[in-house]
Design a protein around this ligand. Structure first.
Ligand code: AMP
Length: 417
């Protein structure tokens, strides 16, 4: 039998209610905060990710699903959404209409990571990006929006980590100092860190390998190297979060795995997931729009790990399973014919109504109604059709009412009110 590809998964009908509930909560959150949806292709030119995420990142170095598109060159299954949103912002000159754009998108991302709990090769993200706003107010606002989202889902076991990654003016001074430390502890670092230390020393701070973590314990804090503007920006973000009573931890180790971040970086972590403890992450990327060929417009965004959210949301699936309002137990061919008409009419009117077409006995039809958790069963036999009166049974109270078939739809709607 052909099986799923390793690291991929099916989201089955019995799980979908939770996904839909989370998605609905996200969409209403975005509407409340003035975000508009954008839907983007899953395939992009590989160049887009190389130039945005960075050649020396794990994602671009070893995790992308890249293949040839013949003469059109190399294409990649998107490993994240930000690069595509930026490409679209530039390509459609959204900035000309209004540089300030608040966009969100929900969909699958692909990374060839080592599969484990909470880490898949196709996973889903809820992604939000804001373009054209330099002010620290927007940094605070989108962190506040994220926290509001988790509150609305009643997820409480969370910690918001924030840091500033500085800007091209102040970051090099920090990188230089960091490189000094890295060189002195090089023998203690993992192979990846050894390789990335010269090209991308910041990433060493982010490494989860215990020996690297230990070696970098006394690393300097980038916050001590920020230029005046970056420092003021970060102080304001913190003050605004305090004012909104959003609790957070300043985490000097937080650097995020992608090259394009500047200034504010943040991550929402939970203890409920084990090793893969991040449920959402994001930050500012003030240089990316220009890097990708657009005008110099600041930007900030985040991505929520949808799959991880489903795992920690603790939503009772039963609460979301759709139950039929009515199950019609039709006995015999003639009754099935008539019941079919009723089902169609009731469905048009928005009544969740189902039936079985196989002509089974009343006993097995009642069993089926039970299995479906139908709220009411309408029993239709030849006698009922003759007397033009059917019986509607409430499955939880066991109460039965007689309904005239001539006014069947109206009577059912009345009962369901
Ligand atoms: P990133 O784009 O790496 O900043 O990731 C943002 C969020 O997406 C993370 O905080 C995770 O919750 C989620 N995520 C990233 N990679 C994976 C993966 N391989 N499987 C499942 N979720 C992921």
């Amino acid at each position: 039998m052909i099986q799923l590809i390793r690291g991929f998964k099916d989201i089955l009908p019995e799980e979908i209610a939770v996904w839909q509930h989370i998605e609905k909560t996200a969409r209403s959150l975005f509407a409340d905060f003035g975000f508009k949806e954008i839907r983007l292709p899953i395939l992009e030119h590989s160049e887009l990710f190389k130039r945005s995420i960075g050649e020396d990142t794990d994602i671009v170095e070893k995790e992308m699903y890249t293949f040839s598109d013949g003469k059109r060159g190399m294409i990649t299954l998107r490993p994240e959404a930000t690069a595509s949103v930026v490409r679209s912002y530039i390509q459609h000159k959204m900035y000309a209409k209004d540089p300030v754009q608040k966009l969100y998108t929900i969909g699958p991302m692909f990374r060839r990571e080592r599969p484990q709990k909470g880490r898949y090769r196709q996973f889903y993200q809820i992604d939000a990006e804001v373009f054209g706003v330099n002010s620290p107010f927007i940094d605070a606002q989108i962190i506040f929006m994220l926290v509001t989202f988790f509150n609305r889902l009643s997820i409480t076991d969370l910690e918001t980590h924030i840091n500033s990654l500085g800007c091209p003016e102040c970051r090099p001074r920090f990188q230089k100092r960091l490189l000094g430390l890295i060189t002195s502890v090089k023998s203690e670092l993992c192979i990846d860190c050894e390789k990335r230390s010269t090209k991308n020393p910041l990433r060493v701070l982010d490494c989860k390998v215990p020996t690297c973590k230990k070696a970098m314990e006394d690393a300097p804090s980038i916050l001590d190297f920020l230029c005046k503007d970056c420092d003021n920006h970060f102080e304001k973000v913190k003050a605004l979060l305090d004012k909104r009573q959003v609790s957070f931890v300043v985490d000097k180790q937080l650097v995020r795995g992608l090259d394009y971040y500047t200034r504010t970086a943040f991550e929402i972590q939970t203890s409920l997931l084990g090793a893969q403890n991040a449920v959402a992450g994001g930050g500012r990327y003030d240089g990316l729009v220009k890097t990708l060929g657009g005008p110099a417009q600041p930007a900030i965004g985040f991505a929520i790990g949808f799959d991880r959210l489903v795992e920690i949301a603790g939503i009772n699936k039963e609460d979301f399973i759709s139950k039929p309002d009515i199950f019609i137990a039709a006995l015999g061919e003639k009754c099935i014919d008539t019941a079919f008409e009723w089902v169609c009419t009731l469905n048009i009117k928005g009544v969740k109504c189902e039936m079985d077409f196989s002509g089974k006995s009343l006993k097995s039809l009642m069993k089926k109604a039970d299995k479906l958790n139908a709220k009411h069963v309408l029993i239709v036999g030849e006698d009922e059709l003759e007397t033009r009166t059917v019986t509607l049974r409430n499955m939880s109270t066991k109460k039965q009412v007689s309904i005239e078939t001539d006014s069947l739809v109206e009577s059912i709607q009345e009962v369901l009110k």
